[in-house]
Design a protein around this ligand. Structure first.
Ligand code: NAD
Length: 396
């Protein structure tokens, strides 16, 4: 992922004739915090916060709790956050954090201890006007609420604008839970409109988790002519050419169900990516389409809802075949847009209605999609490369 992010930044810098010094500033993080958290006498966990760039405003980015968290991964995700906030035109920079731990092996007391210890170390380097962390993989509103509490104990800050992704009763924003999926639907809808595609379409989703399920639920509501025909989770993929009901799937998953137990036709996860659908939505993991499987793609549009699901070889190949890849730094930016709106509400001491939040989200996503499509025409390049050119323009 780091390699792909660096490749895209270097390409965009060349197209914009940036100097080697300007490029260096965009590739290297401004600050890297690496420390250990003592869980008990025997266990020490590696923890990170990498602050990539704050040229446009305070650093912004999630905190991930996962066994495989490492410096390079956090660096790549921090770099992508800078690109995302810049491409969306937000007055924020990019950062990312993480703790190398499997949260499923912890009880609630241990989880709280790690969350508070993370803030104890980082308190001097974060805050509403310095760096505003948020949840990411395996972190949630409860963890963020503990972090905000710890931060306010240490600093006496009462704005609650030090973190986003809080629970509603602790200063969170309406609309945050669905924001990433909703943003993807708005972005795809706008791209189709700009390309004059106004016929009904079929789509498949890899990864029916938070992002994938909200993509399906929002499109069922707002884009009734889009038909969901396939969906997968890590256990199995289901395929129903006559259409799947997003609400039924979402309710099934909310009760802890796995798709391997869902009554439908089952296909392999590789077969799902090769289905003859109009749109393939990738909402699971990075490197889902690579040189190994890119030739099997039959969709005309690929939407990167996960971070980095299409690697650079596959991206170049799909572009040459005329398949449009809607890039992650735009398609999945809905979450950071509503995080920004949460921060704004906290600073103003306000609570906006869900309709107001969704309307603001829509205007950011629509404008960014239009900008990317215009740049792709102007520079005769792919949407991914155009999104990086847009980000770098906004950073220079
Ligand atoms: P999640 O854990 O809720 O969902 C991930 C889903 O993918 C799960 O249903 C899981 O079973 C499925 N999955 C895992 N491996 C799979 C495989 N090999 N094949 C098919 N399905 C598989 O996570 P999420 O919050 O929905 O995030 C998904 C992706 O979107 C991640 O890459 C994340 O970094 C990115 N993202 C999330 C947000 C957000 O707001 N949650 C914002 C931006 C980007």
């Amino acid at each position: 992922m780091l390699e792909t992010a660096r490749y895209n930044i270097t390409y965009a810098a060349e197209r914009l004739n940036l100097s080697p010094d300007q490029l260096k500033l965009l590739l290297e993080p401004q600050a890297e915090h690496e420390f250990t958290i003592k869980l008990d006498k025997a266990i020490e966990l590696k923890a990170y916060r990498i602050q990539h760039n704050n040229k446009r405003g305070p650093y912004k980015g999630g905190i991930r709790f996962h066994e495989q968290v490492n410096r390079d991964e956090v660096k790549a995700l921090a770099t992508l956050m800078t690109m995302k906030t810049a491409a969306l035109g937000l007055p924020l920079g990019g950062a990312k954090g993480g703790v190398a731990v499997n949260p499923k092996s912890l009880n609630l007391t241990q989880l709280e201890k790690i969350s508070r210890a993370y803030v104890d170390y980082l308190a001097p380097y974060i805050g509403p006007d310095k760096d505003i962390p948020a949840p990411d993989v395996n972190t949630n509103a409860q963890i963020i609420d503990w972090m905000v509490d710890e931060y306010s104990k240490l600093t006496q800050d009462t704005s609650r604008a030090s973190f986003t992704g809080k629970s509603l009763s602790h200063g969170g924003s309406l609309g945050r839970e669905a924001a990433t999926g909703r943003g993807g639907v708005i972005c795809l809808g706008e791209l189709l409109k700009l390309r004059g595609h106004n016929r009904p379409l079929t789509y498949a989703i890899e990864g029916f988790g938070n992002v994938g399920s909200f993509f399906a639920l929002v499109s069922q509501q707002d884009q009734p002519s889009w038909k969901l025909v396939a969906a997968s989770d890590s256990s199995s993929a289901i395929y129903q050419p006559e259409g799947l009901n997003a609400q039924v799937l979402s309710d099934f998953k909310a009760k802890g169900g796995s798709f391997k137990d869902f009554k439908a036709n089952h296909v392999s996860s590789e077969q799902l990516k090769a289905l003859k659908v109009d749109v393939l939505v990738l909402a699971a993991l990075e490197n889902s389409l690579t040189s190994k499987n890119m030739k099997q793609v039959e969709a005309r549009y690929v939407v990167e809802m996960a971070n980095g699901p299409v690697d650079k070889t596959a991206n170049n190949y799909l572009y040459k075949r005329g398949i449009a890849v809607l890039p992650d730094i735009i398609a999945n930016a809905g979450g950071v847009v509503v995080s920004y709106l949460e921060w704004r509400q906290n600073l103003l001491n306000q609570q906006w209605s869900e309709a107001k939040v969704n309307q603001k989200l829509s205007s950011y996503m629509t404008e960014a999609t239009n900008n990317v499509v215009n740049i792709a025409h102007q520079y005769r390049t792919s949407l991914t490369e155009a999104a990086f050119i847009l980000a770098l323009k906004n950073l220079s």
